[in-house]
Design a protein around this ligand. Structure first.
Ligand code: PLP
Length: 434
């Protein structure tokens, strides 16, 4: 067995920053990233053989817990039949049908491999369908790393954005408008100024990439009204929330509370691949049929609809019945309330941010009522989290390595796993208070 430290040193010589996705680098919490060798149920095991209760769940996909035996079995069977055909398979249609069955506004689905591809394609499709150029997104929302989505807000409302990463051209970023979240007046102002050239608004169904920030009640429905009044499309990004917060995603949760609205396009990822690379965009047939080969909007992928990955996704969705969602909801509530109680006992001012069974925490007296947008999230006492995180890690609990990430429970978090989390909290809360 090798230590995480040795492996990280070696990785840094071969891989930029030693990681293949930046947040894995533990930059915001300090210390050495975990090098995992095994994941099973609610637990992950590092290269030194240390087992942790996992509240990252591969950043969302593992709703059933890691390596669910039935998912592993279908993956093994599918692999034995062939790893990739580069041709259509019956299972792809089954997955498309299942997604459309559960999310009513979706009539047709195109499978891709990553959430980034799904949002990138949805935006190209919206532009191709409307013949317009501009895209509206909200500050603090993450939709993957395609160029036009790595745009930082310029000053003031309805200002065209500046590049949010080196390598993104000003011309590309300038086609994205970045608005404050949960601010319908800002949306109205943007449409008043640029309405006839806005192709689409893209929004996380509930923001969960700046920590969790739920939409205000009625925000998504009002957004749909404004967007549609101006002939633009609404792209609901459910890559993270889809099939995690309910069997019909966050859209399903809101519609259950009769906030009825119909996005034109949805994007999915994470859960629909069950831990393997599957993502999708779906929506009204009239819009989706603009994709090649029927329509003029090009999109393709050598590994799109990969048979092994689709098998994992299909089995995961089939196993995710209402009892799974009830378990996720109950565990999320229990854990988040226990964290909150431990923090309160140490006098650490905080607020539990929730969107369905997703949750995170913002720290600071001034945020006692919660954070509704990116500026508020950034204003928190973020320095409290690294000490909390490291204390939990030392006690054998792996949390998201940033205060700006959601916590993910799985249906495999049983009493033993939850007890280990609860036992670790008093020390961690003390560390956060210091
Ligand atoms: N959209 C949302 C809401 C996400 O949370 C993510 C990833 O975290 C993406 C898109 C990008 O997905 P991927 O990492 O599969 O490219």
């Amino acid at each position: 067995m090798t230590s995480n430290e040795n492996l990280f040193e070696r990785a840094q010589a071969a891989i930029p920053g030693g990681v293949n996705s930046p947040v894995r680098a533990f930059r915001s919490v300090g210390g050495t990233p975990l090098f995992l060798v095994k994941a099973s149920g609610a637990y992950v095991t590092d290269s030194a053989g240390r087992e942790y209760v996992d509240l990252v769940a591969s950043w969302g996909p593992a709703i059933l817990g890691h390596a669910h035996p039935r998912v592993v079995k279908v993956v093994q069977d599918a692999a034995a039949r062939g790893l990739s055909f580069g041709a259509s398979t019956p299972a792809e249609t089954e997955l498309a049908e299942l997604i459309a069955e559960r999310v009513a506004p979706v009539e047709k689905v195109r499978l891709v491999s990553t959430g980034t591809e799904a949002t990138m394609t949805a935006i190209r499709l919206a532009r191709g369908f409307t013949g317009r150029e501009l895209l509206v997104k909200f500050a603090g929302h993450y939709h993957g790393h395609s160029d036009g989505l790595l745009a930082a807000a310029g000053s003031g409302l309805a200002t065209l954005a500046l590049p949010g990463s080196a390598g993104v051209t000003a011309a590309t970023a300038g086609q994205t408008l970045v608005l404050p979240y949960n601010d319908l007046d800002a949306v109205r102002a943007a449409f008043a100024e640029h309405g006839d050239n806005i192709a689409a608004v893209i929004t996380e169904a509930a923001a969960a990439n700046m920590g969790v920030v739920a939409p205000d009640p009625g925000f998504n429905a009002a957004l749909a009204d404004i967007v549609h009044a101006h002939g633009a499309l609404l792209i609901m990004d459910e890559v993270l929330t889809g099939f995690r917060v309910s069997s019909a995603g966050y859209w399903g949760l809101e519609n259950a509370y009769s906030q009825s609205y119909a996005p034109d396009l949805f994007t999915f990822g994470k859960v629909i691949g069950g831990g393997l690379p599957v993502a999708a965009l779906g929506g009204r047939a009239e819009v989706m049929d603009h994709l090649a080969p029927l329509g003029p909007v090009y999109q393709a992928g050598t590994l799109s609809g990969n048979p092994v990955a689709v098998a994992a996704g299909l089995e995961t969705l089939r196993l995710a019945d209402e009892s799974v969602y009830a378990t996720l909801d109950a565990s999320a509530l229990l854990i988040s309330e226990a964290v909150s109680a431990a923090l309160s006992a140490e006098g650490v001012a905080h607020h539990v941010q929730r969107a369905g069974n997703l949750f995170s925490f913002v720290f600071g007296e001034h945020l006692a009522g919660g954070a509704r947008n990116y500026d508020q999230v950034l204003s928190q006492e973020a320095y409290r989290y690294p000490a909390f995180f490291q204390s939990m890690l030392a006690a054998g609990v792996s949390l998201p390595p940033s205060v700006f990430e959601a916590w993910f429970v799985t249906a495999a978090h049983d009493d033993r796993a939850i007890t280990r989390i609860l036992d670790a909290l008093p020390e961690a809360a003390k560390a956060a208070a210091a």
